[in-house]
Design a protein around this ligand. Structure first.
Ligand code: UTP
Length: 478
């Protein structure tokens, strides 16, 4: 097929699918504009759009979740909260063996748009540490490098980007010389985009030469891993445990031996960390069971009365908060991310204000929601997984995301959480330091993650130091 034939057949396919409006202004565009529109249109799976419109726009689809028979999901408690210390020790041992054997990769999802933070650039390039203002990507790079050094391996790092931020992300890594880690061990994967539609199910144009498209959600990471060849690369490297975390959470233990150990020992396809909810109506997903399958039910899908239910001892019944920290089995990703498999993540509908090119060719910025974006959520993989394992994590050791510019989950709250964590590590190593009543030190200092990736690592590293520095304002322990 020559160029003009393939252009004609693409336009015909859109017309045949009732989406011919995408090419309404095609004849007005210059060569570049036409090429851009055609290239974008060629990435769209019209059958998928058709199915989404049939289900979410024209269908009877209701977003409400079936709450029948929902019970709290069981989990393995931390030793500090009644868990069995010997079981945790065995998990650390099994996890350490898996890391040493090169079976573990890190996987950061960084394809989101980060609109709430209002930062112009990929979120991973946002400075987060309290003293040296290292970026999120640098924090992860240092933790992954240190874990590799500790276990004598190079830990591959897969990073999900989207078309919207991929170039800027790759450029940031190059400018920083990959934060000192081997560039060959870092793999960027672009997630897919899905077109936005209006309430008649018609694909919207953002500009005359540009379709309104958004990333397909963190759930899209699974099919991106398959499509990009990353899963095949993992297999070639001997990796079968994929440590999944979000780009906005610098507190995360990127490579956690205990978590990996529970995953391996449980022969789990998908393991998750839960943190007890801070209060009954905290806006997190809830780990639940239904018909013998584990699942996450979003706070928005669970009635307040249910979120507030208590056990006989007064504790919160649905207490397991989801913090988007998982270990995936590689073969499970291959199945859940393949377009031909029976395991498919569902799309969710989000009603949004979507700027679009109106009938007169002028861009309209709507005041109210005028259309729908479609996203997949990674936790929807949970009911599809065999032997799901859920372990408890201490919030302060694993979760302090940077989501908002101010207030809760902001750069300020995250810096304070990092400072509190550094204090706990120092105290665990036998040092004393003055803090306010919330645990923030009066002297701000930082622990470089090339020195220690987690508390146990810090305690060992500190003990081995010949010259221990005095904790003074601005100190970086490295
Ligand atoms: P959020 O749900 O917080 O979305 O993503 P966001 O896009 O980062 O931020 P807002 O809502 O626009 O303010 C949670 C994690 O999932 C990743 C994000 O990069 C973040 O690490 N994500 C989200 C993707 O990788 N792809 C997506 O399509 C959506």
């Amino acid at each position: 097929m020559n160029n003009s034939e393939s252009t004609a057949s693409l336009i015909q396919a859109f017309q045949g699918a009732g989406q011919g409006q995408v090419f309404r202004y095609f004849d007005e565009l210059d060569g570049d504009g036409q090429a851009q529109l055609l290239a974008q249109a060629a990435t769209i799976d019209l059958a998928e759009v058709d199915a989404l419109v049939a289900e979410h726009i024209n269908g009877e689809h209701s977003s409400s979740v079936d709450l029948d028979g929902l019970t709290p999901a069981p989990y393995t408690a931390l030793p500090a909260n009644g868990g069995d210390q010997a079981q945790w020790d065995a998990a650390v041992e099994a996890g350490s063996a898996a890391i040493t054997a090169g079976r573990v990769a890190a996987f950061t999802v960084a394809g989101g748009q980060g609109t709430r933070l209002g930062y112009d650039g990929p979120k991973g390039t946002y400075p987060v540490t309290p003293v040296s203002q290292k970026t999120l990507f640098q924090v992860f790079a240092e933790k992954i490098a240190r874990s590799g050094e500790r276990f004598g391996v190079t830990i591959p790092w897969f990073i999900l980007t989207s078309e919207i931020n991929n170039d800027a992300t790759v450029a940031a890594f190059k400018e920083s010389d990959f934060f000192g880690i081997n560039a060959d061990s870092v793999h960027f994967i672009m997630q897919g985009l899905v077109p936005a539609v209006d309430y008649s199910g018609k694909i919207l144009l953002a500009e005359k030469s540009k379709i309104a498209m958004t990333p397909d959600g963190h759930g899209g990471s699974l099919r991106a891993l398959v499509r990009s060849g990353a899963v095949a690369k993992m297999e070639e490297l001997g990796v079968d445990c994929v440590s999944y975390f979000q780009v906005d959470n610098p507190i995360i233990q990127c490579i956690d031996p205990a978590f990996i150990g529970f995953h391996v020992l449980g022969q789990s396809e998908l393991s998750s960390k839960m943190v007890p909810k801070a209060y009954a109506l905290e806006k997190v997903g809830h780990f639940c069971m239904q018909d013998d399958a584990a699942l996450v039910v979003e706070y928005s899908d669970m009635p307040d009365a249910m979120q507030e239910q208590t056990n006989a001892d007064g504790s919160i019944r649905f207490n397991g908060g989801s913090v988007a920290i998982h270990i995936f089995d590689r073969a499970f990703i291959a199945r859940a991310g393949s377009t031909t498999s029976d395991l498919q993540l569902p799309f969710h509908r989000a009603d949004k204000k979507i700027p679009y090119v109106g009938a007169d060719g002028v861009i309209v910025t709507p005041e109210a929601a005028n259309g729908v974006k479609f996203e997949m959520f990674v936790f929807d993989a949970l009911p599809l997984a065999k032997n799901p394992v859920i372990i408890e994590a201490a919030r302060e050791d694993d979760f302090s995301p940077v989501k908002n510019a101010e207030g809760v989950d902001s750069p300020k709250s995250c810096k304070r959480d990092q400072l509190r964590m550094f204090v706990r590590w120092l105290r665990a190593a036998g040092e004393e330091i003055e803090t306010d009543e919330s645990g923030v030190p009066s002297t701000w200092f930082e622990i470089c993650h090339l020195f220690a990736a987690d508390e146990a690592d810090f305690v060992a590293q500190w003990a081995a130091l010949a010259d221990r520095p005095a904790i003074v304002e601005g100190l970086i322990i490295e």
